[in-house]
Structure formats: structure tokens, C-alpha cells
Ligand binder design. Structure first.
Ligand code: ZN
Length: 346
């Protein structure tokens, strides 16, 4: 598996270099000037923490991130997502430089400690979508809690609790591919109450969990970010899978979160980000009715004009897509990812 991944990165590196040599990359980068691009990040961590992180697609190293920001500042106009979406509403001639916004989901402590510091060192600001229970109450996000429990317990115990609570077991094939992701994906398809029971049941007899690396920023950090010119957006209360919720629970996730965040950050978020990117027509309509000016998904932006400000795609800056076979950051791959060339080639 690792061999195949490394081989793919090797081939992709050759394709990227060819795209650069033939100016295909420049052509895609020029196209970016037609409308703003939103980038999606979750965590910015030290190289050592990135290596063992159970959700590899969600973490990027501080060093790689700094190189990304340095390049973006040189070659694009970096703005917040709120400003980028304002520009989407009044499209005109292509801008002199591509307009790009960096967005961060969830509200981890590293967003405040590392990401914001790097952004400011380069004179730009970002958009932070916060889950209000995670930041406000310091509760673990349910999938981080799940990851810690899966890593701390044998399959047998997880299966016993699953049978007790009525959670379906992940398939043997999914478990073989990765235990943490297999359980998290299974639980995403499970009703909230049942999932919560399973987590509580496993946690009850679990060895103690090291939560240190899964901490949220504190509410005062969110207020500080807002004061320093970053945008604070909303990412629900509990990071539930919204389409699974009742209308009442959905309204609470959309509005309770914005109110809580407004209390500590002093600003009322105008942007929402669907947890897990999960949405359906009802969720989008409720988000619109809640008065959000824009909302982000986790899917790649579609070509052409923006059809709905409540369904904005983002470029997912995943470590594996912007690094060489040896794991080092690859600037050409990053450029190919940001301008949509990788997506076009996929
Ligand atoms: Zn999230």
C-alpha cells in the first residue's frame, strides 16, 4: 500500500513538472483570476505529530504550511472567506492576481497557536470555522474521541460495546485498511444517540486517554483572533452530521453555535461550514433561513459561475497531495492542487 502511494506520488511529480514546463500550470493559475478560491485546512501540527496523526488527510506540518503561505502571499491576494465571497457576488474582469482565502475547520488549539501566527507573520488573515461546544466547553470532537478510544482498546471490546448499543460492526475489510477510519466512518452513518452511547460505553472502561493533542483553542483565543482581523465563522455546536438531525436539532446546531460564538468572540459569524461537508436540500434551506451569507462544503469547487453561495466548494489541501514520495513539501504539487490542475487530471 505504502509502495503504491509512493509510486503514485512519484508519477504525479513527473506530471506536475511536465505541466510546469509546458505552461499548463500557468494557464490554470491564470484561470484562477476569474473567481476567488477557498482553501480548506483543519490542523497545522509539528512534523512529528503529523506523522502519527490518525486522520492523515486533516493535518499538515507547520513547516509546509509556512511555505504555502509564503508562496500564496507572493503570487495571490490572500483575503478572508467573507471578503472572497463578497467578491464572488460581484464578478467582473479577472483580478490582477488570483484571490485566495484560507479556511480552517473545527477550532483546534493549533489553529490559534501555529496557523494564525504563521499567517500574521506573512501579513495575512484567515477564516476559522468553530464548533461551539468544542471551543466553548472544551469537549472532544466525537470523531477524535472515537479515534482515541479505538487506539486504546482491542477490537473485541469495541465489538462488545457495538453489540450492546446496536452499532453495526465495520467490515473486516474496512478494519484491515485502518481501524480508526473504519470505526469513524461506521459511526458517521449511525444515529447520534446510538453513537453517543457507544462512545460512553467504550469510554467507561477504557484506559485513560491522552487528550493533549486534540484540544480546542479557548473562547478567549477566538476573541483574540477576531480582534487581530481574522474571520470567525460557524461550524455547528457539536459537529453532528446535519442531515441526520430533526428540524429542531438542526436549528440548534445552526443558531445556537452562532450565538455562543458571538458571546465570546464578540462577532456574529456570517459564514457557516457544514460539519463533515454533509448537507442536503433541507440543511441548505435551514442554513439560508438562519441568515448565513455563505456556507462551505468539503467538495472541490465546480468550474464556472457560482450557483449558490450556500454551497461553496473548497480546495482540500491534503498533505499527501502536496508532498513528494519522501514526504517533503512539494511547491509545484501545491500549486497544481490550488489552481485545480490536479482535480482536472483526476
Ligand atoms: Zn469539521
Amino acid at each position: 500500500m505504502a509502495g503504491l502511494r509512493s509510486w503514485r506520488r512519484h508519477i504525479r511529480g513527473i506530471v506536475d513538472q511536465a505541466a510546469r514546463a509546458t505552461l499548463l500550470l500557468s494557464r490554470f493559475e491564470r484561470r484562477m483570476r476569474r473567481r476567488p478560491t477557498l482553501l480548506m485546512y483543519h490542523r497545522v501540527l509539528s512534523e512529528a505529530l503529523c506523522e502519527g496523526y490518525p486522520f492523515p488527510s486533516l493535518a499538515i506540518s507547520a513547516d509546509a504550511f509556512e511555505q504555502q503561505v509564503a508562496w500564496l502571499v507572493r503570487r495571490t491576494e490572500v483575503v478572508t472567506a467573507a471578503e472572497a465571497t463578497q467578491r464572488m457576488l460581484s464578478p467582473g474582469e479577472p483580478t490582477a492576481r488570483p484571490v485566495v482565502a484560507l479556511t480552517f475547520d473545527d477550532g483546534y488549539a493549533d489553529n490559534y497557536d501555529i496557523a494564525a501566527t504563521i499567517l500574521e507573520r506573512h501579513g495575512v488573515r484567515g477564516t476559522f470555522f468553530l464548533a461551539s461546544d468544542f471551543v466553548g466547553e472544551g469537549r472532544l470532537l466525537w470523531y477524535d474521541h472515537t479515534a482515541l478510544l479505538v487506539l486504546a482498546n482491542e477490537d473485541q471490546r469495541l465489538f462488545e460495546c457495538a453489540a450492546f448499543c446496536g452499532v453495526e460492526r465495520p467490515s473486516a475489510q474496512d478494519l484491515a485498511a485502518g481501524r480508526v477510519l473504519a470505526w469513524v466512518e461506521q459511526l458517521k452513518r449511525t444515529e447520534t444517540d446510538v453513537r453517543t452511547q457507544w462512545i460512553a460505553a467504550v469510554d467507561a472502561d477504557s484506559p485513560s486517554l491522552d487528550r493533549q493533542n486534540y484540544r480546542a483553542m479557548r473562547p478567549e483565543h477566538a476573541a483574540d483572533l477576531a480582534r487581530r482581523g481574522h474571520e470567525i465563522g460557524v461550524h455547528s455546536v457539536t459537529h453532528e452530521i446535519l442531515p441526520l438531525l430533526s428540524d429542531e436539532a438542526l436549528a440548534f446546531e445552526l443558531e445556537g453555535s452562532r450565538e455562543a460564538i458571538a458571546k465570546w468572540a464578540g462577532v456574529r459569524g456570517s459564514g457557516f461550514c457544514y460539519p463533515n461537508g454533509s448537507h442536503d436540500e433541507r440543511v441548505v434551506a435551514a442554513t439560508r433561513a438562519s441568515g448565513y451569507a455563505y456556507a462551505c462544503t468539503t467538495t472541490h469547487p465546480k468550474d464556472g459561475a457560482i450557483e449558490d453561495m450556500l454551497l461553496l466548494g473548497r480546495v482540500d489541501v491534503q498533505r499527501s497531495r502536496v508532498s513528494r514520495p519522501n514526504g517533503r513539501f512539494d511547491l509545484v504539487a501545491f500549486r497544481a492542487e490550488v489552481c485545480g490542475l490536479h482535480e482536472w487530471l483526476r
